[in-house]
Design a protein around this ligand. Sequence first.
Ligand code: SF4
Length: 257
Amino acid sequence: MSNEPELFPTTGEDGQHFRRPLTPEEADRLPHVQRLLLGYFGEPPKREPWDPLSQFIYSLLSSRTRTEMTYAVVRNLRQRFGTWENLRDAPVAEIEEAIREITFPEQKALHLKVALEQITERYGSLTLDFLHRYRTDKIRAWLAQFPGMGPQTTAAVVNFSTLRRKAISVDAHHLRVSQRLGLTPRADAATTEERLMRLVPETWTAEMLDDHHQLVKKLGQTICTFEKPECRQCPLLAICPYGQREVVATEPTSPLG
Ligand code: SF4
């Protein structure tokens, strides 16, 4: 955990937990980020949400793999096996061969087969449609029991699928950008999501959170990259303490001193 002071403290000097209301400035931080990103990138493409099981399969395969590649692999799985039941019943080696283009195919093939078998065993058939009946926190806790499912992937299943619940799928890009902007302290995905969700206006829908995720991810992939953020051309520079420090630090020195 970080030693940085908490931006929105939840523990008072007497150790009592509380959650103070956000100031108007704090309450506008995420909407401000959103307005600037929308102004720069435009509206992200609208997602056609998948059923929860298909999104589960996608999310389980997606870690450390490019989005386009994961989509291509999931499409290929559908074509090759015809049904998710056939995928479940296939030998691990065949699943591994079918997903060999993504990262860690050996481990993910095993996780996928075990998860599909466990879902069938627990529910009686291979579907996650029954999750529609449950509260978001219950769904996420249930999904987290499966190997390979963490905070980022459970958020993706509940937010991107037809479940369409409020959650932020904090991937490596989202984590880095949030920290550089000073929206969250240096923390893991679960803590970062929890801090960000405190800043989400009540009026934001699950679809708006999906848009927000896509915009922040795009910024992280194109401008706020891990190695060399291009702060001078970033639409968030005016509200980014890290970026402003970077710009000052790399300012060319005047020959006149
Ligand atoms: S100003 Fe720089 S550090 Fe800040 S979000 Fe933009 S690219 Fe990232």
